[in-house]
Design a protein around this ligand. Structure first.
Ligand SMILES: Nc1nc2c(ncn2[C@@H]2O[C@H](COP(=O)(O)OP(=O)(O)OP(=O)(O)O)[C@@H](O)[C@H]2O)c(=O)[nH]1
Length: 194
């Protein structure tokens, strides 16, 4: 289990191969069963440069619709973004999102009480590795006010989750949405975000 003690996992599939999306689901299952309880999961649909219309004629067509990935990500409470390792699309945004998510978890756990953090060894090491930073207007296409609102909403929902454990399941989707909204606004060639 080389993901033991991990704060976040990036699970990558190839948007031009449906098989890779099935494999991704197996990895998510594995992580949920054996990974740290509060691990941040991020799904990256790689090779989004190939969804460009010019590639459709050369048979490199998209097999996994972004809608499917988004629905699946929401069902498991993960961040989702389409990337291109080749053209460096959304790579920074992906890691900004993960950093933001981890930072908020850690800030919150320190604010409330040490016992509210499910895995303190993760939180402490990540806290020093990733000092809390949030996307600025210059590095993110979303406005500052929108960022601030989403961040506040995310923190509010997280507090509710901690204080009201019985609402955990319902709120998991909601707080992931607040965070994910920032990432979901990123667009990739060939498919419009909804
Ligand atoms: N167009 C495109 N090609 C990519 C991208 N990322 C990786 N590749 C190419 O995909 C091929 C496989 O890359 P690897 O890093 O070996 O990935 P892999 O998962 O081991 O292999 P595959 O299952 O074949 O994708 C290489 O030819 C890469 O250049 C991307 O974002 N866009």
């Amino acid at each position: 289990m080389y993901y033991r003690g991990s704060a976040a996992a990036v699970i990558v599939y190839d948007i031009t191969k449906q098989d890779s999306f099935h494999t991704l689901k197996k990895w998510v299952k594995e992580l949920k069963e054996h990974g740290p309880e509060n691990i941040v999961m991020a799904i990256a649909g790689n090779k989004c440069d190939l969804s460009d219309i010019r590639h459709i004629v050369s048979h490199c067509i998209r097999e996994v619709p972004l809608k499917d990935a988004k629905e699946y990500a929401e069902s498991i409470g993960a961040i989702v973004v389409e990337t291109s390792a080749k053209n460096a699309i959304n790579i920074e945004e992906l890691f900004q999102g993960i950093t933001l998510c981890i930072s908020v978890y850690i800030q919150l756990s320190f604010q409330l009480s040490p016992s509210t953090c499910l895995d303190r060894s993760i939180c402490q090491s990540v806290y020093y590795l990733y000092p809390p930073t949030f996307p600025s207007a210059s590095s993110n296409p979303i406005s500052v006010s929108s960022d601030a609102f989403l961040l506040l909403l995310f923190q509010f929902l997280l507090i509710l989750r901690v204080l009201l454990p019985q609402l955990k399941i319902e709120l998991e989707t909601a707080d992931t949405y607040a965070l994910g909204a920032m990432l979901r606004r990123q667009t990739c060639p060939g498919e419009k975000m909804q």
